[in-house]
Design a protein around this ligand. Sequence first.
Ligand code: PLP
Length: 389
Amino acid sequence: RVTNFAAGPSAIPLEVLEVAQNEFLNYKDSGMSVLELSHRSELFESILSEAETNLRGTLNIPDNYKVLFMQGGGTGEFAACYLNMMASDVIFNKQQSAPGGKQLKCAYFITGIWSKKAYEECSKIGGSPHAIVDAKKYYNGAGYFGLPPREEWDMPKPEETAFVYYCDNETIGGVEMEVDSIVPHIDPSIPIVCDMSSNILSRKFDVSKFGIIYAGAQKNIGPSGLTIVIIRDDLLSRNAPNNTSYIPSVLDYKYFVDQGPMPNTPPTFAIYMCGLVLKHINRIGGLSTLENNRNAKAKLIYDVLDAFPNCYNNPIDKRYRSKMNIVFTMKDKSLEQKLLKLATENHFVEIKGHRSVGGFRISVYNSITVEQALKFSELLVSFAKENSQ
Ligand code: PLP
């Protein structure tokens, strides 16, 4: 197998793939493939409930939070989180409006391309998003390199704020929030909505500090097609103060809870795989192991980038360097193809940066081992020694 540094869909541990392979044609003596199981069958219902129990255990999710297995990816959630938190405002003529009849603000930290897209989606479907910070402007338009300091934040008053939104790890830019860089500075009365698509299950955090957490599965959880939403239950009535909801059912968190856990056909195979990944995580020691590995892998690669500044450049503020997606460019652009070729020859694949930013991006999600990161860092060292003065 190659070392797959793709940003998502991304590598899945071989042990997990092997379990799936063994069970594939005849799942638990049912005489059919897991792909063919009805979502209403007892076998599938236990796959789903086991996956939920394991996710709850691994992330220590409190009882007053619901876990939803949805579809639509991160992009679906850009709309869903806004609609679920605000639709009644828009549809019922500002029923939950702020004092003085003002519309509640949806307040966004724009720290990269994904949070910018969420902000734009809010505006596209009727909201008036407010930017707490726009990191690109803070860095004079040069790029998204970190989180601007707190003096730069334009925080609306708590009583005028419907929710605060941020992206915990900006997958394209390689910017990751430190655990305490945003959450402790938000008034606790404001629900925090967080996109954890590309770093969930990689480190410990306190779920109880959030209103909504969501993540597309295709990076650290399993295959694409599944989106996990974790929501504090008191927020479910936001969209339906009269117990009537007016948003599309597939995006409606309350509908999933009331009719749930499967109001329509869920992505059964992705949920099955996600369940296997969660069992694997438990076997290897849970979040503590994953967090130690993540720190070790990121250090191995960043240390090399820093050791050879004549060859590599990572522009991100060191406090916000992502431990999941490590981006860099070459000082000498003409060397890019050469590095790409060398990497491919050594079975390291998918190292090109996102098409919108170029350069390189090494995604070291949970399935990448410390040993694989070490081997790649050694390749970077020998390349730098050979190609830069
Ligand atoms: N948010 C983040 C942080 C992402 O990395 C991505 C995709 O890679 C998305 C949202 C969009 O997710 P999807 O492609 O599942 O719509």
